[in-house]
Design a protein around this ligand. Sequence first.
Ligand SMILES: [Zn+2]
Length: 323
Amino acid sequence: MNSLDFSDLIDMDDDLANTIVTRADASAGCEQPATRAAGASAPALLARAPFPDISPALPAFGPSFEVGGALPDIQFVTVDNGRFYAHRGLLRYVSSDAFGGLLAGRDESIHVPEASAIFAIALHVAYGLSCAHLTNITLETIESAVNVLSKYGIPPQSFAAPNMPLFQLILSQASYYPIDAYALAAHYGFQDLAVAVSSHLLAYDLSGLTDELCVKMGAVHIKLLFDLHQTRRNALKNIVMNPPKMHQPHLACGTREQQDLTLAWAFAAAEMAWNAPSSTSTYMMQSTFERAATDISCGECRTMLKTRIQEAMEEWSAVPRTI
Ligand SMILES: [Zn+2]
């Protein structure tokens, strides 16, 4: 089935499409069940050449938007009069209910109640196309697009795997709105995405969680977030509680003098434990301990300090940064 082409699937019934896709998967060495529900395997299909062969140079969803040699055969008109040209066969394949029943007939132009900005995201996701070029994207429009996918029988969870457009789209918002992106991912069951977004929440003040956010993300993901912070706090305490080792005492630097380094380390450790411990970076750890020990003049003490800082940074790097 190496010559499988998107045009082969135009107007093809689901059973036949599943059969072809299963064979294509088998030829690609993929382990797949013998049969699959329509739409459930679509993302894997979309991600695998030669289906669909979408040229990024072409304007997506214009009248000449060609997929695997097939031109659009249906036009959607949004509530704000945006026009999107698409492919009936592809949408029937990724949707479990013929795109909310809209594709059950032979209408070539269909009016939908969504706004262009939202419908555009939904279509890009359904086609496996990057949304990076779309403008006016917010978490609200993304969430609305996710709801649109569900409304039209396209399971959003199947399109939120890592490296898929929806995953990247939501993750791109995580730097700016981490807790909202996390709640969105948790709410819709995008677990891989929730894990990825959680790395942006290490500095988040959990006392700022609102009732609305808690309800949205659910008890499981609240607990996962609290556990992440607790784990990192405890790990940091354990790491910084171990000061540098002492060197062999001598006349220039005996046991008492070496306590200056231990004391400097203790002050630095307390500073880190006080200031957002979950989000402490290895660079912050290094600079804090080095700054605290600037008055240490003994070369051997400084060697011990350098060794312990390196160990501490390695230990801290190994602590999980995600739920
Ligand atoms: Zn010393």
